[in-house]
Ligand binder design. Structure first.
Ligand code: ADP
Ligand code: ADP
Length: 223
């Protein structure tokens, strides 16, 4: 089943920059799709359009399941910067999306701790961001994205700033989380290795001004 479908999507910013030019992209429900392409080819713009954070200049974004069974999708977004609140504990950082939805600390407790367990930080709830390594900060950011129990997780080069070993561990953990949750993941990266490691299907975006995708099916036996 297609969960979201971008058809002939173009985006020109008000300064005249053409970020996307006729992009076609289907994301299947439950898949882990990597979107691979060089810097500046429009990957972030495409992801932000999927998230509803930016409007396409032309073309369509459709969520077919919402049209047929009125199913509302719950989206979460993970950026390259973990953007944690430094004055708040790890627990409070992960609680934030629920707090904004008026869920009290006590009622949020189990879900926050469950999300922290999921990323291997069950013991760090009372710590502060400054006490954490870059990889652990990213784990907190992922826990904050999971705490609302999304069915679609959008990730924009989340691990690009991390060292290779930390990144590899996070890649493995992310695959485990994806399988455990039955999530749909759209993962933007400019790393060929990362995209092939994570996904059986990689959408390759070409550098501007093309921005057309090829879809590569990865044979799992080569990874
Ligand atoms: P939109 O038309 O979709 O609202 P804008 O063109 O108004 O987007 O740009 C939004 C903001 O991003 C502006 O403040 C703009 O200056 C800034 N911006 C300009 N160039 C870039 C760029 N290359 N990358 C990121 N942000 C940019
Ligand atoms: P990628 O994620 O593949 O690196 P982006 O989607 O961030 O690419 O950017 C695509 C192109 O659009 C780039 O040339 C970038 O500088 C430009 N761009 C991105 N955001 C804005 C903006 N708000 N205003 C103007 N130009 C932008």
């Amino acid at each position: 089943d297609t969960i979201v479908s971008l058809e002939d999507v173009s985006k020109t910013f008000s300064n005249g920059t053409v970020a996307l030019n006729g992009l076609d992209l289907d994301v299947q429900a439950g898949e882990f799709l990597s979107v691979l392409g060089p810097s500046g080819c429009g990957k972030s713009t495409a992801l932000r359009i999927i998230a509803g954070l930016a409007e396409p200049s032309s073309g369509s974004v459709r969520w077919p399941q919402e049209q047929t069974n009125q199913r509302e999708h719950e989206l979460s977004f993970v950026f390259q910067e973990p953007t944690l609140m430094p004055w708040a504990t790890v627990f409070e950082n992960v609680w934030l999306p629920l707090r904004l939805a008026r869920v009290s600390r006590a009622s949020a407790r189990d879900r926050v701790l469950e999300a922290l367990e999921m990323v291997g930080l069950g013991q760090s709830a009372d710590g502060y961001p400054r006490e954490l390594s870059g990889g652990m900060k990213m784990r907190v950011s992922i826990a904050r994205a999971l705490v609302t129990r999304p069915n679609v997780l959008l990730m924009d080069e989340p691990f690009a700033a991390l060292d290779e070993i930390t990144r590899f561990k996070l890649n493995n953990d992310l695959l485990r989380i994806w399988k455990a949750f039955g999530l749909t993941v759209v993962f933007v990266t400019h790393s060929v290795f990362e995209s092939v490691f994570l996904s059986e299907r990689v959408a390759v975006m070409q550098s501007r001004p093309g921005c057309v995708t090829d879809q590569i099916e990865i044979d799992p036996s080569i990874v």
